[in-house]
Design a protein around this ligand. Structure first.
Ligand code: ADP
Length: 839
């Protein structure tokens, strides 16, 4: 085998001298320029201008090619020699190489030396000679030791930011490594210590200059970096886990097993997982807290809102209730005012009616009584007007006190005496109880007089006839009090707090009055630093107590000796109740036509009675109830009644009259100041016969009464009653009365012989209550039903006596007497003779 310059290799068959060339491409030769060929076993090793080829003689193909990258010293391989072990030695353009043919590992020697082609020789003793530019190199391959086993990379220094860190040196508050640097296998660095340098070497240090090192930082720089440098610097290495590998190449081009150092660069805490988790945790907690806080706030706000809405609703409700109460009060005040004006007009009308009526009379004949009455009524009007003015003044704070020293017993007694006559007219026992000793006090005489005028006149006004009124004075340590107690109509418990309100009038007080008297009295008491109170029980009476302080310290200097004009004129002052006309208490004799007059105003009642009594028998009553009581005894031909009255008003009275079978037929005239149409309609619906408004003329009233009575006479022809034994004025009986009388007599005639037959049984048989029966019987017959039955029995007995057929005892039993003695007595009483002497 031989090589051809630039044409690869050729084979010369020695026997036939034939040369066969092998084109480099056909056999896979790495380069056409071949420098040397040597046979080793079945292989031909071919050194070319680019690479070492192993040509297999069996396959006739290049099976392996080696370059620098495989450890060859240089790619230009000049000469090839096989040593005693079968390993291949070669000179290259630069350096010598040994190829371990078994391991295929190269060892390099004299790497920096240049060699020449065709300059080699292998001696018989095994020595190999290579010629180079600097001379010849020869060696015995047997003496060349492989140095690869002994070379170990060592780290000599570790630098951080170019500063060598020593064993046990404190860096950033910690000792970076406690062992010698060449022993350490791991390093933990912070993210700020990410630029570091390793300085290294190989031991043993035989051929320091020729050693090649390679290193890599796995995970950061994955390719081996090869070079002679004995230090490596890694800059700005990101946090993470790395492995630094360092290996050194021996002369035989064998890389030592690498030295490993695990390097951990810790990330900054904000990049740490725990920090991130913590952050996420904190953010989550914050978000949850924020959410819950928001939720809480919203709930709180909702609760607050709800509360506010509730409060406002309650507020609105309260206000609306208040408004309702106010409007109710306003309405009530309005009503009270209206009522007041109606009442006051009534108050004005009554005296006016009287004045006008009396004036009519005066035209005929002026009597002292009439003049007095006119004067009284005019004064009554004046008093009313004055009271109103006084009230207004009090309201406007225009009243001034005029305090003087006075003896209270004498002072109050004077006032009481002035009411004596008025009390007598109502048969009221007006009593006065002074303190045991004289008591001097400081008061405004005029105002105190007005207070007690009001209280005493009220007590008399609201007390029915025959009841007492008591005025008493009591002395206490610092105070004294004056009580006005009556046994009158009393005041409802729920009205007690209202009586001192202006315009207040109790439901049961009737129309006469205007509701300013007590309000004025209270104002006048308050002015004098006193106190007024009332205790009352309905239908039992009332006690008004006025309490004043003793002494004068509670008054201002201004309150004394004011020369104030009294609001009561001297004339009015003389208008004490004693000057009022007296009621003529004697009942009129029953004449043909009887009129029941129902009027609460005493003066009007007297006046009406006066004008009617010329022609009719007049019976008067104070109010509806009083009239009903009187109707138990009498059955009048006509009723004249006022509408507004205490206890039982005119309309209710009229209703009762019209509902009662006995009284329903009696003509009814309503007399009133109330002129509203609803009242009129109401009263006509009740069945009244006429309606007369105040003020009215005397003549008109008389004319209407006259007309009503004669109309009724024409309508009802008077029935002629069949008399039995008792004497009855037939002409006065009406149809219904005749029926009643007949039925009664039939029953008496049937039962007179029954000793148990009494008026009780009789009224039951007549289907009437005892009192109604009794009243009606008396009205018709003028006598008691019991007397009448006895009279019938006695008349029957007289008839039997005349027959002379029975004994007195038999007759007494026959006519229903229980004992003969009683029969004898009654017989004698009635006939004036004993039964035995009767014939
Ligand atoms: P009037 O003019 O109505 O009497 P007052 O202010 O004097 O006005 O009285 C107010 C109301 O108090 C009366 O309408 C009456 O209902 C009641 N009142 C006053 N005094 C008495 C009393 N002695 N007994 C019963 N009720 C009385």
């Amino acid at each position: 085998m031989a090589w051809l310059d630039n044409q690869g290799i050729a084979r010369l068959n020695i026997q036939n001298k034939q040369l066969k060339t092998f084109h480099p491409d056909s056999i896979g030769l790495s380069n056409a320029k071949v420098y040397s060929i040597t046979k080793n076993g079945n292989d031909l090793w071919i050194g070319t201008n680019n690479g070492l080829n192993r040509f297999n003689l069996s396959s006739f193909k290049v099976e392996e090619i080696f370059y620098e990258e495989h450890g060859l010293s240089n790619n230009i391989v000049y000469s090839l020699n096989v040593d005693h072990e079968g390993h291949l030695w070669m000179s290259t353009n630069r350096g010598l190489s040994k190829l371990n043919t078994k391991t295929k590992q190269f060892s390099t020697f004299l790497k920096s030396d240049f060699f020449m082609d065709d300059a080699s020789f292998q001696a018989q003793d095994g020595h190999i000679y290579y010629g180079g530019y600097n001379g010849i190199v020869h060696f015995n391959p047997q003496n060349i030791q492989s140095s690869d086993k002994s070379l170990t990379p060592v780290i000599e220094n570790f630098k951080l930011n170019n500063k060598i860190i020593k064993q046990n040196e404190t860096v950033n508050n910690r000792i970076l490594f406690k062992q010698a640097i060449h022993h350490i296998s791991s390093l933990k660095l912070s993210h700020e210590e990410n630029t570091f340098t390793f300085e290294f070497n190989a031991i043993p240090y035989d051929l320091p200059n020729t050693n090649q090192f390679r290193y890599k930082l796995e995970n950061w720089q994955n390719n081996w970096q090869t070079g002679n440098n004995r230090s490596v610097t890694f800059t700005n290495v990101s946090p993470g886990n790395y492995r630094m590998l360092l290996s050194v190449c021996n002369a035989e081009n064998i890389w030592s097993s690498p030295k490993e150092i695990n390097i951990q660069i810790t990330p900054p805490y904000w990049q740490e997982l725990w920090f991130k988790l913590l952050l996420i945790g904190i953010i989550t907690i914050l978000l949850v807290t924020l959410y819950r806080w928001r939720l809480f706030r919203i709930r709180q706000r909702n609760i607050l809102l709800k509360r506010k809405v509730k409060e406002q609703t309650q507020d609105i409700l309260k206000k609306s209730n208040e408004i309702q109460v106010i409007s109710q009060r306003l309405h009530e005040a309005d009503e009270a005012k209206l009522r007041f004006f109606t009442n006051i007009s009534h108050e004005f009308r009554t005296p006016l009616t009287l004045i006008l009526g009396y004036l009519e009379e005066i035209e005929d004949a002026g009597s002292i009584q009439i003049r007095k009455s006119i004067k009284n009524n005019a004064l009554r009007l004046l008093r009313l007007v004055n009271q109103l003015i006084e009230f207004r003044k009090l309201d406007q704070d225009q009243l001034k006190l005029n305090i003087t020293h006075l003896e209270i017993n004498a002072f109050i007694e004077d006032i009481v005496i002035s009411f004596q006559k008025l009390a007598e007219q109502k048969n009221i026992d007006l009593r006065f109880e002074p303190t045991p000793n004289r008591l001097f006090v400081w008061l405004d005489m005029d105002k105190t007089e007005k207070i007690f005028f009001n209280l005493i006149s009220n007590a008399i006004k609201y007390t029915p006839e025959n009841n007492p009124v008591l005025i008493s004075i009591h002395e206490n340590t610092d105070t004294f009090s004056i009580e006005v107690a009556d046994y009158g109509i009393g005041i409802n418990e729920d009205e007690l707090t209202l009586v001192f309100n202006r315009f207040f009038r109790s439901k049961n007080s009737g129309e006469s009055g205007h509701g300013i008297g007590l309000a004025l009295a209270k104002g006048l008491v308050d002015m004098q630093h006193g106190h007024i109170d009332v205790q009352s029980k309905i239908h039992q009476g009332s006690i008004f107590t006025v309490q004043f302080k003793k002494g004068k310290d509670h008054f201002k200097p201004d309150d004394f000796n004011q020369h104030q004009q009294s609001t009561l004129s001297p004339e009015q002052k003389t208008n004490s109740p004693q000057t009022m006309p007296r009621v003529n208490k004697s009942l009129p004799t029953i004449s043909d036509k009887q009129i029941l007059l129902v009027e609460d105003d005493m003066e009007l009642r007297i006046y009406l009675k006066k004008i009617l009594s010329d022609q009719y028998a007049v019976i008067s009553a104070n109010n509806g109830q009083d009239a009903l009581d009187k109707l138990e005894e009498i059955l009048p031909d006509l009723i004249i009644s006022d509408i507004s009255m205490p206890v039982l008003d005119g309309l209710s009275f009229c209703k009762k009259i019209k509902e009662n079978e006995i009284t329903s037929g009696i003509p009814f005239i309503l007399l009133t100041a109330k002129t509203d149409s609803s009242t009129r309609i109401g009263s006509y619906q009740l069945g009244i016969d006429d309606y007369i408004e105040k003020p009215f003329s005397k003549n008109v009233l008389l004319a209407r009464v006259e007309a009503l009575l004669s109309n009724r006479e024409k309508l009802q022809k008077k029935p002629v009653a069949t008399r039995t034994t008792a004497s009855i004025d037939k002409t006065k009986l009406k149809k219904r009365d005749i029926q009643f009388w007949k039925k009664t007599n039939t029953l008496i005639n049937k039962n007179y012989n029954n000793p148990d037959f009494t008026t009780e049984i009789l009224s039951k048989k007549m289907n009437m209550s005892r009192s109604t029966f009794y009243r009606r019987f008396k009205h018709i017959s003028g006598e008691n039903a019991g007397d009448y039955i006895r009279k019938v029995r006695l008349h029957k007995a007289a008839e039997l006596l005349q027959k002379k057929e029975f004994s007195i005892q038999q007759i007494s039993i026959e006519v229903g007497f229980q004992s003969t003695a009683h029969f004898r007595t009654k017989f004698k009483e009635y006939f004036g003779t004993n039964p035995s002497e009767y014939n």
